[in-house]
Design a protein around this ligand. Structure first.
Ligand code: SF4
Ligand code: SF4
Ligand code: FES
Length: 375
């Protein structure tokens, strides 16, 4: 039985906000300043910032509009985590603050600051969205009336349609931190919106384009940050993994970045040893078939290019000659259990993707409707 929600306190409390201030035009370095605001605990961090701006310092810059998690304009970092200022309660923010209980607010990462909490999303966010052709390219011939679409296919893309382009995932993406040209979580989630739409005529072309791009689908490092960050449950990393499965398994696209071979090497190694045998990842990622018989033409160059990293790792003791050359493996009973999982998955007639964004069944809905009708 679910417990009743805690009552909402209507009594105003004091919250201290530490806001990162920076005006590039001033020529002065960034600094932090503090403002104490008095608001009911369930009010949002955005309301706190606006109160500070209205009552103590009119020069604080913040972008906002709807105040209801719809427009996507108030993305900031609260206590180091990207999110929407209007969708973060003050009491929750205080709980995740440091020992002094001060709520730290700073601009989103990976984008240049225009002023204080306002970042320039043009290069790192909007141009990437444009790059994935963010519109439907309809199949020909165009039907006289509407395209008829299978209901489940549309459920599959609904999750990506929930994106409000706030840029929070972009601001926290670890791959973007090292490669600003990475297409990024928001744009790749947008790409899945059209790749997954059965009305789109360019699915294969879109996938080939994003697989071959050195900053495309294989540039994501699976760090899960964008899933944790997204305030709308879009789970961009999951959409990127779907793009990879469609590219590799459905369209058999062998990209020039070795992304498809790298994934297949992971799957093969875990199936063979029960865990990832790192010693074999690089060579297997670079060969054209799993029997290690035929090297891809790029393999020699790629293997040579990894030698400086391997040498550094050996010198620093992160890798030993033994771990570099000999694969770790589970004992035979555990390997058998892993293989049983593989057999179950590979034994299925078709791949099943579970989209958890929409939950419940038609029957649940019918119950709700009849309850409402009784009321
Ligand atoms: S999972 Fe991939 S896309 Fe998401 S934040 Fe990490 S690196 Fe970026
Ligand atoms: S995927 Fe989520 S976090 Fe990223 S831009 Fe869209 S709504 Fe914001
Ligand atoms: S003000 Fe619109 S999403 Fe926060």
């Amino acid at each position: 039985m679910s417990s009743a929600p805690a009552p909402v306190s209507r009594v105003a409390e004091e919250f201290t906000l530490r806001i990162r201030r920076y005006d590039p035009e001033s020529g002065k370095p960034a600094y932090w300043d503090e403002h104490t605001v008095s608001l009911e605990p369930h009010r949002s961090v955005l309301e706190g910032i606006l109160q500070a701006r209205n009552e103590t310092d009119g020069s604080i810059a913040i972008r906002c509009s709807c105040r209801g998690a719809i427009c996507g304009s108030c993305g900031v970092k609260v206590n180091g985590k990207a999110g929407l200022a209007c969708h973060t309660h003050l009491d929750h923010a205080k709980k995740s603050a440091g020992e002094d209980g001060v709520i730290e607010i700073e601009p989103l990462g990976n984008m240049p600051v225009i002023k204080d909490l306002v970042v320039d999303m043009d290069e790192v966010h909007w141009k990437k969205i444009q790059r994935v052709t963010p519109w439907l390219i309809g199949k020909e011939p165009v039907p006289e009336r509407e395209y008829i679409v299978d209901r489940l296919s549309m459920v599959d893309v609904t999750q990506t349609m929930a994106c409000i382009q706030c840029g929070a995932c972009v601001g926290d993406c670890l791959s973007l931190e090292v490669d600003p040209l990475f297409v990024g979580p928001a744009a790749l989630a947008k790409a899945y919106r059209f790749v997954g739409d059965p009305r789109d005529a360019m699915q294969a072309e879109r996938l080939k384009d994003l697989a071959e791009d050195p900053h495309g689908i294989y540039d994501c490092t699976h760090c899960f940050k964008c899933i944790e960050t997204c305030p709308k449950g879009v789970a961009p990393m999951n959409q990127i993994m779907r793009l990879r499965r469609r590219a590799g398994q459905d369209h058999h696209i062998e990209d020039q970045n070795n992304g498809e071979r790298h994934e297949s090497a992971f799957v093969t190694l875990v199936g063979k040893y029960g865990l990832l045998a790192e010693a074999e990842v690089v060579p297997r990622s670079l060969v054209a078939d799993s029997a290690l018989a035929k090297f891809h033409p790029k393999a020699v160059k790629e293997i040579v290019s990894t030698l400086p990293f391997l040498t550094k790792a050996l010198l620093r003791g992160k890798v030993t000659p033994r771990t570099a050359l000999i694969a770790h493996k589970l004992d035979s009973k555990d390997i058998r259990e892993v293989r049983d999982i593989y057999d179950t998955i590979h034994g299925r007639d078709e791949r099943n993707e579970f989209n958890l964004y929409i939950s419940g069944t038609d029957e649940d809905n019918a119950e709700n409707v009849s309850e409402e009708a009784k009321a």
